[in-house]
Every structure is written in structure tokens, then in C-alpha cells.
Design a protein around this ligand. Structure first.
Ligand code: PLP
Length: 371
């Protein structure tokens, strides 16, 4: 890769392939793999990532919202796409774009069946979600009879899968709770399948579930963060390769004397006799939120850490380069595989890799490194 001359997010499809193969190696033969590409594939580039995963013969894709699925269909993706968060207003476009809805409560179930009926569908694939303790989306265990009754009244839809979501699959201190969720899910699935008279697929594991609960892989697993290179534990992250590198460049260097300040509200004041600062073309509108300001976050220039000083601006940050031999135009690493991972940078400000990588805004140019 040539040195960055502006703010860029480099996306390495080889690393994606490595992560996909690694996660698949944890599965039994025949267990299907659903790749979660919501939120622009966690801030990367949903179209490029989905196309590449489709080439690698991933079984399923998932997005959070219908419009994300529509964009993938427009980009020519033909792999089945599960919409994890169906909203009543989107039932039409879900069917029009061959997307598959998660039906998680009575309102959405009834609305979807009504729209499928109006559109004269037959056995349209749907996915039923049960809540087993995350308390976010999903029918309750004692809704099974109601759901089955509703489904038996119509031939417009057919249940492709039933699923649940683990609340703490990455936290082994919560193992007893997670095993309880898994048992509860199994009981719900058994009751559901018996009553409906056929056997939909079952799935409940996200990335950490894949790694920590092999007994709960069932028919399919759903991975997001692992594909992008993070395993929610040092041990697992060591096997995965972050696919994205965020780089920028030094726009301008300033020499500040003792008592002078840097940035809005004079948040940084030089206590040293002399401070050298670099202004970088990346700010909170690019995804480096204000929590990274005032010495929490840092970048790397010529192999040395330069802390962010003062408040993060919308389009810029200033970093302390007093002890770094560098010049205007030099490359700056925000995160990459070798220097500082997004996980480490996120931790510096008390947040998590998921939040940092999904925040990299669409203004930042994506560069795809193809295998
Ligand atoms: C986002 C999401 C996933 C992916 O989780 P990761 O921890 O990124 O692997 C899986 N299932 C559901 C329901 C989700 O919302």
C-alpha cells in the first residue's frame, strides 16, 4: 500500500477470508454460516464485503434494517438476507426485494402476514425470534401457541428458522446464565417444531457464542465482529486479523509555547516550555468521537505514540508530537493490525471495538485490498 495522503480506511479482503475460514473451522460439517453485514459491515463497506463473502459461498447474510438489505440487492447480491429488525412500515419493501424478515412480536407477525397475503405470496421464508433473556426483541416462551396458531391459519409464509440471541456469550462469568438461555431456546424450539409439524433451522450464536459455546451452534451461526477481526478476548483475537486500517496524514505542525492553548475552549494548555503539535484531517464527523480527546486516545507517527490533545473537533484532531521526528505530509496510523488495534484504541477511551469501527463515517474514503 502507498502511504496515506488523506484519511483512508484500508480494507483487506485477505484478512476477511482468513477470519471466515478460522470461524468456519470451529463449526461441524453442515453447520451454516450467516455473516452479519449490518451497519455498512461494521463500518467497513457492506457491498464489497457481502460480494466477497458471496464469492466464498457464505450461506446467509444479515442486516439490521430493510434499507441495508435493499442496498445489497441493488449491488447484485443474491445470497439470502435476513433482516434482523423488521419494522411494520418495511414489510412491503422486504418482500419486493426478496429479503427475509425477523418476526419478533404479534404486531410484526400479523403485519407481515397481511402484506404477504396482499402480495399473494406462498411459503415466503420468515424467521421467528424468541427472547431467552436479552430482553431486547423476541416472542416469549409462552407465545409459542399463539405464534403457531397464527402461522397455521395461512400458507403465505413458512418458517425457515427460529432463533434467539445470547446476552453475554463473551463473558464466561455469566456461563450459567448463558447455558440457561441455550436450554430455554432448545425447549422453545422443540415445542415450536412439534406444534408446527416441521423442523425450522435453529440458531443462537454470535461470534463469541461460536467460540465459547460449540454445543449451541445448532443449524447455523451468526458472525459479525469475528469476520472483521475481533474475538472479544485476547486469546481469540490472536487468531483473527483486523481487516481495516485507519490512516491519515499530518496537515500542519505548530510550535506552542508555555501557557498557550490548543483547540476549542482552550482545553489543552501547554505546561511545558515548548510543545510541538500536529493537526490531522480527521475528527468526530469521521468517527473519532470526543471521548478520545484530552489525552485519552492517540495515534502513531513514525512508530511513536502521539496523544490527542484538547477537544476533538468536527473535522480535525491535534496530537502532541513534541518528541517525534516528523514533518507535514507524513503518514499517521490511527489503527491497524500491527501498530494499534481498534480494540486497543477503543479501550483507551473506555469503549469497545464495535463502537469505534461502526462509527467510521461514510466521508472516509474506503480502499479495498483484493486478494
Ligand atoms: C449484531 C448481531 C449479531 C452479530 O454479533 P457479533 O458479536 O458481531 O458476532 C448476531 N446476531 C444478532 C441478532 C445481532 O444483532
Amino acid at each position: 500500500m502507498p502511504k496515506a495522503q488523506e484519511t483512508v480506511l484500508e480494507i483487506d479482503l485477505n484478512a476477511l477470508k482468513h477470519n471466515f475460514k478460522y470461524l468456519k473451522s470451529k463449526l461441524q460439517n453442515g453447520t451454516k454460516f450467516l455473516a452479519v453485514v449490518k451497519a455498512f459491515a461494521y463500518g467497513n463497506d457492506a457491498e464489497e464485503i457481502a460480494k466477497y463473502l458471496q464469492d466464498l459461498e457464505v450461506d446467509y447474510l444479515a442486516v439490521a434494517y430493510a434499507n441495508e438489505g435493499v442496498a445489497l440487492r441493488k449491488a447484485g447480491i443474491t445470497t439470502p438476507i435476513l433482516v434482523l429488525h423488521t419494522l411494520a412500515v418495511n414489510c412491503d419493501i422486504i418482500i419486493e426485494n426478496c429479503l427475509e424478515p425477523n418476526l419478533y412480536n404479534a404486531k410484526i407477525l400479523n403485519e407481515f402476514i397481511a402484506v404477504a397475503t396482499e402480495k399473494q405470496q406462498k411459503d415466503y421464508p420468515v424467521h421467528i425470534k424468541f427472547n431467552t433473556g436479552l430482553n431486547r426483541l423476541g416472542f416469549w416462551e409462552n407465545d409459542v401457541d399463539y405464534v403457531v396458531d397464527k402461522l397455521k391459519e395461512t400458507s403465505t409464509v413458512k418458517v425457515k428458522s427460529i432463533f434467539s440471541h445470547l446476552a453475554a456469550s463473551e463473558d464466561l462469568n455469566e456461563k450459567a446464565f448463558t447455558l440457561g438461555q441455550i436450554e430455554n431456546f432448545k425447549a422453545i424450539a422443540e415445542n415450536f417444531s412439534q406444534q408446527i409439524g416441521y423442523q425450522p433451522w435453529m440458531h443462537t450464536c454470535n461470534t463469541s457464542g461460536i467460540l465459547n459455546y460449540p454445543e449451541a451452534h445448532f443449524d447455523m451461526v451468526r458472525s459479525g465482529i469475528g469476520l472483521y477481526g475481533f474475538g472479544n478476548s485476547e486469546k481469540e483475537s490472536a487468531h483473527l486479523k483486523p481487516i481495516a486500517s485507519l490512516k491519515t496524514v499530518i496537515s500542519q505542525i505548530h510550535n506552542i509555547e508555555k501557557g498557550e492553548s490548543v483547540g476549542y475552549n482552550r482545553a489543552f494548555k501547554s505546561e511545558a516550555l515548548f510543545t510541538k503539535t500536529a493537526t490531522l484531517p480527521i475528527g468526530h464527523a469521521d468517527g473519532i468521537s470526543r471521548v478520545y480527546g484530552n489525552g485519552k486516545g492517540f495515534v502513531t507517527i513514525k512508530g511513536q505514540r502521539a496523544p490527542i490533545i484538547g477537544n476533538t473537533c468536527m473535522d480535525m484532531i491535534m496530537v502532541n508530537i513534541t518528541d517525534i521526528d516528523c514533518k507535514e505530509g507524513d503518514e499517521v496510523i490511527v489503527f491497524d493490525e500491527k501498530t494499534t488495534s481498534a480494540e486497543t484504541l477503543a479501550e483507551s477511551a473506555g469503549t469497545i471495538s464495535y463502537e469505534l469501527i461502526t462509527s467510521i463515517s461514510q466521508r472516509v474514503k474506503r480502499i479495498i485490498k483484493s486478494p
